[in-house]
Ligand binder design. Structure first.
Ligand code: ADP
Ligand code: MG
Length: 240
């Protein structure tokens, strides 16, 4: 049940195309909503109310799509960061917000540096953890660990949730694919596009009824970059 890199890059570009469309459609809709609101002020009507509410919903959906696909247009720079240290703080924040599900961490290799967009990565791991949490009914466990594989670091997010049926695996990351009543289907689109932009890849393994594993591969910064690392690190730490 492994996903390959080509599929991921295809999904990422679907995200980019969708973002372009979202942008083009959102602007005229926003204009229409503005005029409807003016009409509503002149002579209030319940149909105008409904039209405004529905337009608002459509605009919000488009905004969601733009938020996840925007990273390329985003100015957030890539900086050297200690992946495990960042993960620790994300996990702490997440653990504080959930009950009944324990997070087990195994992230002792704190020296590993990657080039990353901190906020995008935070969002991506948050989306993965949120899905893991939502997949667990009642008690359960999320395990986050990492290992080195050559010039890569692999972060593993494992949950004891309901799992994903094999035929659904290839839909993961497609914009709007969701199996949840209140889902947006945007979380994994953001994850895939972010990880892909970091030169990484994602593998998903799932057994229905027992759990899911997401493995995120990142390229590690290499030795000869070390002079640069030390300079930039001060800036990174100075921000926090
Ligand atoms: P959303 O969470 O809004 O549904 P996502 O893009 O985050 O959208 O996830 C899409 C779908 O992928 C989910 O609706 C769910 O069916 C499936 N999924 C993602 N992560 C997991 C997981 N850890 N366990 C089980 N199913 C998952
Ligand atoms: Mg989600």
């Amino acid at each position: 049940n492994k996903r390959d890199h080509d599929t991921l890059s295809r999904l990422a570009s679907i995200g980019q195309v969708s973002a372009g469309i979202a942008h083009e459609v959102r602007n005229p809709l926003t204009a229409v909503k503005g005029f409807l609101q003016l009409m509503q002020q002149e002579s209030p009507h319940v149909y105008l109310d409904i039209a405004c509410t529905e337009l608002e919903r459509a605009i919000e959906t488009l905004q969601n799509l733009l938020n996840v696909s925007k990273p390329d247009l985003d100015e957030e720079p890539y900086k050297p960061m200690h992946l495990c240290v960042e993960l620790e703080s994300i996990l702490q924040l997440f653990q504080d917000q959930i009950y009944r599900v324990g997070i087990v961490k195994n992230l002792q290799d704190t020296d590993v540096l990657i080039y990353g967009r901190r906020n995008q990565l935070k969002k991506a791991f948050f989306n993965l953890l949120k899905n893991a949490h939502e997949a667990i009914e009642g008690d359960g466990k999320i395990t986050v660990s990492h290992r080195r594989v050559g010039d890569r670091i692999v972060v593993r997010v494992e949950d004891t949730g309901m799992g994903i049926p094999t035929e659904k695996l290839e839909l993961l990351g497609t914009p709007f694919f969701t199996t949840k009543n209140e889902g947006t289907g945007m979380g994994l689109t953001q994850v895939f596009s972010t990880i892909y932009q970091h030169g990484g890849k994602i593998e998903v393994d799932s057994v229905q009824g027992s759990g899911t594993v997401f493995e995120i591969h990142f390229p590690v910064m290499i030795q000869q970059d070390i002079g640069v690392i030390e300079l930039s690190l001060q800036t990174v730490e100075g921000q926090s």
